[in-house]
Write a protein that binds this ligand. Structure first.
Ligand code: FEO
Length: 392
């Protein structure tokens, strides 16, 4: 990727990783990703804001071939996909200092063995002048690590947010032109990375709401030249009430749970509820996470294996609990042959969710007429709960 100019003296560097399909050995990347670094040149000093995942170090180093000096390497976030190439940049520019929050200093020393004397920490709202370009550092903890900060380029009204407001989207375009495509990637990113830190996101959105911002330059995905687009999206994901949606992650082994899920899906749909069933044997967990952003209710469906829930249901429940969506209600449906503790097991795993648990429907074998009646009652209860809590 060639450097791309955003404004005079401000270019986007970094690498687009079109072919990457998994992040942190956990997160699916159906649209790849990018690691954006930015070069800001003042009349006196030059700053590099964030670097790239070391997998793409060669791309960054080639881009720096024509850059004779770097005075500051700003590290907005210590995770290695942005900081991992800092040691190599320091090797090329031995006079450069790393700029980061006090908390990030220990991270960079521990994770990358950057020498302490190479690091200058900055306080919240501290400024550094590059000569006609002023960098202001805004502490923004917990998006999504405790040490994160934003860098605001005052003269050009550009905010560099690293992970925050970003998207795992590999694109050769500088700006977010295809808003529909970017919206989906940004929502997936929010669901997987940011949603567990919703309270901190509120604080950090509030912190920058009065800044004049013409461009948002994250370190994943395209730059936003119409910042309101992504602010509106985040405001909706963070603040809006959940919607009239039921998400059903499930596993079926011999068809009993599938019969229950199909029946419940049909009944709820007839009652005007949007239902999103996810067969966990083929589910992209990012899609499941995205659906949790808006869902008012989760119904977990499981067969009984080794006296408990199916391991893939346990995994999905663990993730849902870790992601802390705004969901208000949860129930469990499932089937057993001779007993088991699947309901107790799953119920004990949702301690992070502020949900009201609707009584489960756990049946023996294939559902019978009486069991379908229980599913009718479950559907009625869900509809009633949604009405009572004004969910639309
Ligand atoms: Fe893109 Fe938290 O690293």
């Amino acid at each position: 990727m060639k450097p791309m100019k955003i404004k005079d003296g401000v270019v986007k560097l970094g690498a687009v990783h079109f072919e990457r399909r998994l992040f942190d050995s956990l997160i699916p990347l159906p649209a790849g990703t990018s690691y954006n670094a930015y070069l800001v040149e003042g009349s006196e000093k030059v700053a590099l804001i964030d670097t790239v995942d070391p997998m793409k170090l060669d791309v960054l180093m080639e881009q720096l071939n024509d850059v004779p000096k770097i005075d500051y390497v700003v590290s907005n976030h210590s995770e290695q996909d942005h900081s991992g190439s800092i040691p190599f940049v320091l090797e090329k520019y031995p006079e450069a200092k790393v700029i980061c929050t006090p908390k990030a200093k220990t991270f960079l020393m521990d994770l990358l063995h950057i020498p302490e004397d190479k690091i200058n920490t900055v306080e919240d709202n501290e400024r550094i002048s590059l000569g006609g370009k002023t960098l202001r550092f805004i502490h923004a903890p917990w998006v999504h690590w405790p040490e994160t900060m934003f860098t605001y380029l005052e003269e050009d009204s550009i905010i560099f947010t690293c992970d925050f407001l970003g998207s795992h989207l590999a694109t050769s375009e500088l700006f977010a032109e295809d808003e529909c495509l970017v919206y989906n990637s940004a929502k997936r990113y929010y669901a997987e990375i940011m949603m567990p830190f919703r309270n901190f996101i509120e604080k950090n959105l509030d912190k920058i709401k009065n800044l004049k911002i013409d461009y948002i330059a994250p370190s994943h995905g395209p730059v936003y030249n119409k910042p309101q687009f992504i602010f509106d999206a985040y405001n909706s994901w963070v603040y809006d009430d959940p919607k009239n949606i039921v998400v059903i992650p499930y596993i079926t082994m011999h068809g009993s749970v599938k019969a229950m899920v199909d029946y419940l899906t049909a009944v709820l749909s007839q009652k005007g509820v949007v239902v999103k069933p996810f067969d966990l044997t083929v589910t992209d967990l990012g899609e499941l996470a995205m659906s949790l952003v808006d869902a008012a209710t989760i119904v977990v469906g499981t067969p009984t294996v080794l006296a408990g829930a199916h391991p893939q249901v346990i995994y999905a429940t663990y993730l849902a609990n870790a992601l802390k969506p705004k969901t208000k209600f949860l129930s469990i449906i499932g089937s057993y042959s001779w007993g088991g503790k699947a309901v107790d097991q799953l119920s004990s795993m949702i301690t992070n969710l502020k949900v009201e648990v609707i009584p489960p429907v756990f049946i023996k074998g294939l559902p019978k007429e009486a069991d379908f009646k229980l599913l009718d009652e479950l559907a009625d209860t869900i509809v009633e709960k949604h009405k009572e809590t004004n969910i639309k």
